[in-house]
Design a protein around this ligand. Structure first.
Ligand code: NAP
Length: 312
C-alpha cells in the first residue's frame, strides 16, 4: 500500500538509518527525506540527498513523522525541534525511554500506548524488544514471577563504525566485549533491559537480572532466558503460546545468522528448568537492526497513522 505520509529519517547514514530506508520502501512509504549531521550533508544514500539535521530544518512543519536514530545526546537536542514543528517523533535512543508520560512501545506488547500520541514515542533497546515479544504471551498465560537473561549482542548494535572495525579485524583477534557504560556494578545496557521491560510490560516490580556481552557477530542479537511463572506452565504449553504469538517464530535452534534479515523474533530451546518451581528456559535471536530498531519504529509509525491496533 502506497502511503502519502511525509517521513524524515534522522541518522539516515547510520547502521539503523540505512536499514530504515530499505524498510520504508518495503512498507510503501514514498515521501522520505534523509537527515544526518553536517559531516554527511550532500551525500547520496539510497537515492536520497542527505540534509543537515538543523533545528530549523526539523521544525519547518513539512514532515509528518520523524524516525530518529542518532545518539542520545543528539536526540535530546534535536527531537524537541521536530515535535515543535508539529511532527510525531519516534526516537530510538535512550534519551526519552524512561521519561514519565512518554510511551515506550513494542506494538505486539503495548501498542495501545502509541495510540492518540502526537509527540515523542520512544523505541526500546534492541534486546528489550525481542525479549518482551517472547515474555508477553507467557506472562498473559501464567504470570511472570522472575526473569534472568544473558545476551550475546552483535557488533552492529554499536553502530556503523564498530561494524567497520569488526570487518577489518583478524579472526584471531576476535573477543567478547562489554562496551557499555559501567556504574561499578552493572552496565547501563543491563539496567536498561530491566527498567524498559518493567515499563513496557507494566510490571514495575518484576525481578529481572541481565548479563550483557557483545560477541564478534556482525548482525543479530541472541538471548538465553530463564523465567519463572506464578502458575505452572509446561514447556509444551510455552511452545504452543509462542507459536501463536505475533512476530515470533518458533525455531529449534535460533541463531543470529538465521535471524539476520528477517522480521520475526526466533525462539527455541524451550524447555523446563528443573532447578526451580515453574521454571522455563529458552533461547531467542532477532535482527537488532530490524525488529530491534528500524522495523519496530516503522510499526509504531503505522500504528499511529492508522489509529488502530490492527497493524500490530
Ligand atoms: N544499532 C542498533 O542495533 C540499535 C538498536 C536500537 C537502537 N539504536 C540506537 O539508534 C541510534 C543510532 O544507532 P546506529 O547504530 O545507527 O549508529 P551509527 O551507525 O553510529 O549512526 C549514527 C547516525 O546518527 C547521525 N548523527 C550523529 N550525530 C548527529 C547529529 N548531531 N545530528 C544529526 N545526525 C547525527 C550520524 O550521521 P553522520 O553520518 O553525519 O555522522 C549517523 O547517521 C543510537 O541512539 C542507538 O542507541 C541502535
Amino acid at each position: 500500500m502506497a502511503r502519502d505520509t511525509r517521513i524524515g529519517v534522522v541518522g539516515g547514514t547510520g547502521a539503523v538509518g540505512t536499514v530504515t530506508l530499505g524498510l520504508l520502501e518495503e512498507h510503501g512509504f514514498e515521501h522520505v527525506r534523509v537527515f544526518a549531521s553536517a559531516r554527511s550533508a550532500g551525500r547520496i544514500v539510497n537515492g536520497h540527498t542527505v540534509e543537515e539535521a538543523t533545528p530549523e530544518a526539523l521544525s519547518r512543519g513539512d514532515v509528518d513523522v520523524f524516525l530518529f536514530s542518532v545518539g542520545t545526546s543528539a536526540s535530546r537536542e534535536l527531537v524537541p525541534h521536530a515535535v515543535a514543528g508539529g511532527a510525531t517523533a519516534i526516537d530510538k535512543s535512550s534519551a526519552y525511554r524512561l521519561q514519565d508520560g512518554i510511551p515506550l512501545v513494542v506494538p505486539e506488547v503495548n501498542g495501545r500506548r502509541a495510540l492518540g500520541n502526537a509527540g515523542i514515542i520512544a523505541n526500546p533497546n534492541c534486546c528489550t524488544i525481542p525479549l518482551t515479544c517472547v515474555l508477553e504471551p507467557l506472562h498473559e498465560a501464567a504470570g511472570l514471577s522472575r526473569v534472568r537473561v544473558a545476551t550475546y549482542q552483535s557488533v552492529s548494535g554499536a553502530g556503523a563504525q564498530a561494524m567497520d572495525r569488526l570487518a577489518g579485524e583478524r579472526p584471531a583477534d576476535h573477543d567478547l566485549r562489554m562496551d557499555w557504560d559501567f556504574d561499578g556494578e552493572e552496565f547501563d545496557e543491563e539496567s536498561k533491559l530491566r527498567a524498559e521491560t518493567r515499563k513496557i510490560m507494566e510490571l514495575p516490580e518484576l525481578p529481572i537480572q541481565a548479563t550483557c556481552v557483545r560477541v564478534p557477530v556482525m548482525v543479530g542479537h541472541a538471548e538465553a532466558v530463564w523465567l519463572e511463572t506464578e502458575e505452572p506452565l509446561s514447556a509444551e504449553q510455552a511452545r504452543a503460546l509462542l507459536e501463536a504469538a505475533p512476530s515470533v517464530r518458533v525455531e529449534d535452534f535460533p541463531s543470529p545468522g538465521k535471524a539476520a534479515g528477517i522480521d520475526e523474533v526466533l525462539v527455541g530451546r524451550i524447555r523446563r528448568d528443573p532447578t526451580v518451581e515453574n521454571g522455563i528456559a529458552l533461547f531467542l535471536a532477532s535482527d537488532n537492526l530490524r525488529k530491534g530498531a528500524a522495523l519496530n519504529a516503522i510499526q509504531i509509525a503505522e500504528l499511529v497513522l492508522d489509529g488502530t491496533l490492527a497493524a500490530a
